[in-house]
Design a protein around this ligand. Structure first.
Ligand code: ZN
Length: 267
């Protein structure tokens, strides 16, 4: 699942391709949006900016129209120089925006909506999101406040995935953040001190920001002295890089998302 860093990186790439360039054509080939008449509504409007909040991406057109996208588990934003081959099948494209230089393509949806900036829906969406862990001005106080309002019997690993507490953290950064701060992801939030909670956010923030700048965690994340690879994520059964204890993995929370941890370092 794309996490906040992947979405912020997509916003950078999409913005570079669209802002300041004339939009030649917009297509919405997916059946769900075929009748929406977005190409007509957006015709002749320039893209003012592209930004991300947590895992949400916003394409802001002139005239207070904003396209909102959320990729959920399998969606993707592709930015291709004109004439270059797309990395997913054209049949999976939900939205295509063409300029003289680029094709910008949103594949596999599944959330795509056109809204006006003043619409209540927009405010509700943003109000429901916790502070963005990728943002330069990540709001630590708001993060702590949201965490304290949440169900205190929840495990911290589960609470970190809840976008109402903190936006942008997914399965990778949940596991990595808890490891870097040496916090057991199974501890109830009631037993997590403010310092513990801040420790996770402060360890994660610079890493996820770096990843957002250079393009997603899997290729570029180098937590230990420049060597590639995660601390614990996707390393079940392999020796911990710090203490050699085998890394454990187990589904956590209502959605049973896999959490990875070192039972010794994070005891
Ligand atoms: Zn360890």
């Amino acid at each position: 699942m794309p996490e906040g860093d992947t979405i912020h990186n997509a916003a950078l790439r999409v913005g570079k391709a669209l802002v300041g360039s004339e939009i030649l054509e917009i297509e919405t080939p997916h059946p769900r949006h075929r009748m929406d008449r977005w190409p007509e509504r957006l015709a002749g409007r320039a893209v003012r900016s592209v930004d991300a909040r947590g895992k949400h991406l916003f394409l802001r057109f002139e005239g207070d129209l904003t396209l909102h996208s959320h990729l959920r588990m399998g969606g993707k934003w592709g930015v291709y120089e004109r004439g270059r081959r797309w990395t997913r099948s054209a049949r999976r494209a939900w939205l295509i925006i063409r300029t003289a230089g680029h094709d910008v393509v949103q594949f596999d949806g599944p959330v795509l909506e056109l809204m006006t900036d003043s619409r209540t829906r927009f405010d509700q969406l943003l109000a429901g999101l916790g502070p963005d862990i990728v943002a330069d001005d990540f709001d630590e106080r708001a993060y702590l406040a949201r965490l304290r309002e949440d169900d205190r019997t929840r495990a911290i690993g589960e609470a970190l995935l809840d976008q109402r507490n903190v936006a942008g953290i997914g399965n990778i950064w949940k596991s990595e953040g808890c490891f870097m701060a040496r916090i057991d992801p199974w501890r109830r939030t009631a037993d997590i001190s403010d310092d513990d909670a801040l420790g996770i956010a402060r360890a994660t923030h610079p890493e996820i920001q770096r990843s957002a700048r250079i393009g997603g965690p899997t290729q570029t994340y180098r937590p230990q002295a420049g060597r590639p690879g995660t601390w614990v994520y996707d390393r079940a059964g392999l020796p911990c890089r710090v203490c050699s204890t085998p890394i454990l993995a187990r589904g956590q929370g209502d959605d049973n998302r896999t959490t990875y941890w070192c039972p010794s370092c994070q005891a």
